[in-house]
Ligand binder design. Structure first.
Ligand SMILES: *Cc1c(COP(=O)(O)O)cnc(C)c1O
Length: 376
């Protein structure tokens, strides 16, 4: 049996969690939370980081920080996870769904500008498979129209974007705000978990307040105010120390995890390249401005029939390959709210994209078996 995903443990998780438990600091914002936040700030150039209980929560914080009001519009791809959209819908936003690129499931950057109206507040690019969107184009559109950019970087840890002047920046460090996930299906995990990166200083203070249930508790602990109280809306967005302790064990091994995942990805790519070319099946595409963090290995089939056939064939060999998002503009919840535009690439990826097993402990033999069953 080869599952689609298997959470990888570095071996130190329980040790650090034990430490968190027995030092008696169990709630959030303790030693391990600070270590993790510092790690992200110093390694990836995120201005300020706050751990959250999920990427969903980080996106909800971002929607509050962006001051989304009922009737405001937010632009994002239709081919994404529900949380990208829900976070803004919860604040009353109307979503203007964009189509995906022809060569990649990420947002079609060239379609964004035509979706902007007087009511548009933010653009939310999703770095699908950890491969960056054209952030240079998106930031320039946003600056021109005075919009916020919130990166859904759930899958994009340790991945980069190169600007036309050669500057290379980590995904999640470019938009005003960015959200990452440490759900057990991502590269670096803590069971459930996430991170909000705040790259625009205007939002730093308020982010901390929203994170701490709408109080200025963090400022109080730093001695900046002599009592703390209710100063804004907020919620319980911070994870307990045991979660942060688990995450710390993963971060200590980030390089090793990434190396292994990239080796797996490369084996898939070289083993399937010739077969795919002969069949008009597409392998993952990485644009010249992006890097590959090996979050995912997928095939884009020619038709839904071909995809079903591959999924069934692998299933008969106990290999679990799975399709991905269903276009959000056609979802039972949003269909009637969508403006009726056809988003044909999004629908195409909904029907034809299939993801292959991808996890640290996948062996070379496992991958050979999977490739053999696809190409036979
Ligand atoms: C995983 C994922 C999320 C949600 O992350 P959680 O941590 O499970 O809340 C959001 N957006 C995208 C693109 C994802 O892949």
């Amino acid at each position: 049996m080869i599952p689609f995903n298997k959470p990888y443990l570095t071996g130190k998780e329980a040790h650090y969690m034990y430490d968190a438990v027995y030092t008696g600091k169990l709630s959030g914002n303790g030693k391990f939370t600070k270590k993790c936040q510092h790690f992200f700030e110093s390694n990836y150039g995120f201005r300020k980081c706050l751990l959250t209980t999920s990427c969903t929560d980080a996106l909800e914080m971002a929607a509050i920080l962006a001051d989304i009001q009922p009737g405001d519009e937010v632009i994002m791809p239709s081919y994404t996870f529900v949380s990208t959209s829900n976070a803004f819908v919860l604040r009353g936003a109307h979503i203007r769904f964009a189509d995906s690129r022809k060569d990649h499931p990420g947002i079609d950057e060239d379609s964004i500008e035509s979706l902007i109206t007087q009511k548009t507040k933010a653009i939310v690019p999703v770095h699908y498979a950890g491969v960056g969107c054209d952030m240079e184009k998106i930031m320039s559109i946003a600056n021109k129209h005075n919009l916020l950019v919130i990166e859904d970087a759930a899958q994009a840890i340790d991945s980069y974007f190169t600007f036309s002047d050669g500057t290379k920046k980590a995904l999640g460090s470019i938009g005003h705000l960015a959200a990452f996930s440490f759900h057990e299906t991502k590269n670096i995990i803590s069971g459930e978990g996430g991170l909000l990166a705040i790259n625009d200083d205007r939002f730093s203070k308020r982010a901390e307040i929203i994170w701490e249930k709408g109080t200025n508790r963090s400022a109080f602990f730093r001695g900046e105010v002599d009592k703390y109280g209710w100063v804004d809306i907020g919620s319980s967005f911070l994870p307990s120390e045991t979660i942060a302790a688990f995450l710390w064990a993963q971060l200590e091994n980030l390089e090793n995890i990434q190396e292994k995942r990239i080796a797996i990805w490369d084996q898939y790519y070289s083993g399937l390249k010739e077969w795919a070319e002969n069949r008009n099946v597409r392998l993952p595409f990485v644009p010249h401005f992006a890097t590959n963090n090996a979050h995912m290995f997928y095939l884009v089939c020619e038709s839904v029939e071909q995809r079903t056939e591959i999924i069934e064939r692998l299933k008969s060999k106990s290999v679990s390959a799975v399709f991905h998002y269903l276009s959000l503009h056609k979802s039972p919840f949003y269909q009637s709210k969508h403006d009726g535009r056809e988003l044909s690439m999004s629908d195409f990826y909904s029907e034809c994209l299939v993801r292959l097993p991808m996890y640290y402990e996948l062996t070379e033999d496992n991958i050979d078996l999977i490739i053999g069953n696809i190409t036979r």
